[in-house]
Design a protein around this ligand. Structure first.
Ligand code: FEO
Length: 386
């Protein structure tokens, strides 16, 4: 695929994968992106997952049309991008490997190679001229690993953004939900903990004139770039993206679920713009995480279980904390037949999160909702919709 006169896409689509990084459901597969810049000197940016070495090399050869590459730029060492470095070097032994010093250390750890005699170690602000195309490297530590660099081509005004601006999903399947849905789940799942570092990267690139963003996953972005960059500004600063309320619940015999459905009904009656409900035991956990960061209010509804909270709720709360969950409004509905303790446990777990406003008015159900509980839920809905 030709992106500009000189830049080609040579990535691959993965429809075999069940879970990305061993935990993220990817019903539309995954793309591992890789690019070639054809100039007086030729540079390849990143490789692909181990299982696609032959397909990628074929794509590369087609793009090279008999020429040989001069550089392999390794922006990120996570194996979904680095696993074919040795495949590349076996094919093109004279090409120089370009990466950060941390990336070379990881290369040694992963593949027992560091190409000490044929490499270029780059750091923040270093440049590499290919002819017309002048590349500048920026470090992007923790977006999403410490060794990451991104690359700016000032000739075509292209930012090769590594994992930033990535998205779940293969590129040969049309994503009817649009870019943001799976890009948000990807961002909060994978990079979410490092909002500050991702925000620093946005600051670094803010003065560059960018026409195209080439990430390592998901589509190449070339129109209306402010849409993507503005969403990234919200996500990396833990801001509220959309008006609405998420209700995340667990229910053992359906009684907590009944309370959740009543709350949803009351919220909608009260005119709440959007109510997203997620069953933490059955729905995708990372959709729930994504929604918790997307909206400003989160209702947690769960049962007391072994004098603690139900395991899926506990997992959810730690998923949020791990990613720096903050600055949100929280309400709690607890259920407990003989010794309700869920609210207390949730409060203890959330203690380390910053800037949470936890509503005093919660609801305590003892087995099944009473008429009094129903009134409390009605009041809660009104308070949340204020
Ligand atoms: Fe797609 Fe952090 O690797």
């Amino acid at each position: 695929m030709q992106l500009t006169n000189d830049i080609r896409y040579i990535g691959v689509n993965d429809h075999e994968i069940d879970m990305f990084e061993g935990q993220y459901d990817v019903p539309n597969g995954m793309a591992y992106n890789s690019y070639v810049i054809l100039d007086e000197k030729i540079a390849v940016l990143d490789t692909v997952d181990a299982r696609f070495g032959k397909e990628w090399l074929d794509n590369l050869k087609k793009a090279l049309n008999g020429k040989s590459p001069d550089y392999l730029i390794v922006q990120h060492m996570e194996p979904d991008h680095s696993s074919n470095i040795t495949t590349f070097k076996n094919e093109y032994p004279n090409a120089k490997v370009v990466a950060s010093d941390k990336a070379f250390a990881m290369m040694k750890q992963f593949f027992d190679v560091d190409y000490i005699d044929n490499r270029l170690v780059v750091k923040e602000g270093d440049t590499l001229s290919l002819g017309k195309h002048n590349l500048t490297f920026f470090s992007a530590p923790m977006v999403h690993w410490p060794e990451v660099i991104v690359t700016y081509d000032s000739y075509d005004k292209v930012l090769f953004s590594a994992d930033a601006f990535g998205k779940f999903g293969a590129l040969d399947i049309e994503d009817e939900e649009g870019w943001a849905c799976e890009a948000r789940r990807y961002y909060f799942g994978i990079v979410g903990k490092y909002g500050m570092q991702a925000s620093n990267l946005l600051k670094k690139i803010s003065n560059l004139e960018i026409n195209t963003i080439c990430p390592l996953h998901g589509p190449v972005l070339s129109e209306n770039l402010s849409y993507y960059i503005d969403l990234y500004k919200i996500w990396t600063s833990y801001g509220v993206e959309s008006e609405g309320i998420v209700i995340a619940y667990t229910s053992v015999y359906g009684n907590t679920k009944k309370a959740v459905m009543l709350l949803k009904e009351e919220l909608e009656k009260a005119g709440c713009p959007k109510v997203a409900v997620t069953d933490l035991a059955r729905d995708d956990m990372h959709e729930a995480v994504e929604d918790a960061f997307r909206y400003g209010t989160l209702v947690l509804a769960t049962t007391t279980y072994n004098n603690d909270i139900f395991p899926f709720m506990r997992e959810f709360l730690y998923e949020l904390l791990e990613r720096g969950y903050k600055n949100r409004k929280i309400a709690i509905i607890e259920n407990g037949t003989w010794a309700p303790n869920a609210r207390k446990r949730i409060l203890a777990i959330l203690e380390e999160a910053k800037g949470l406003e936890i509503l005093e008015n919660g609801v305590t159900i003892r087995s099944a909702m009473t008429e009094e509980n129903k009134k409390e839920i009605e009041l809660l809905a009104k308070e949340l919709c204020k």
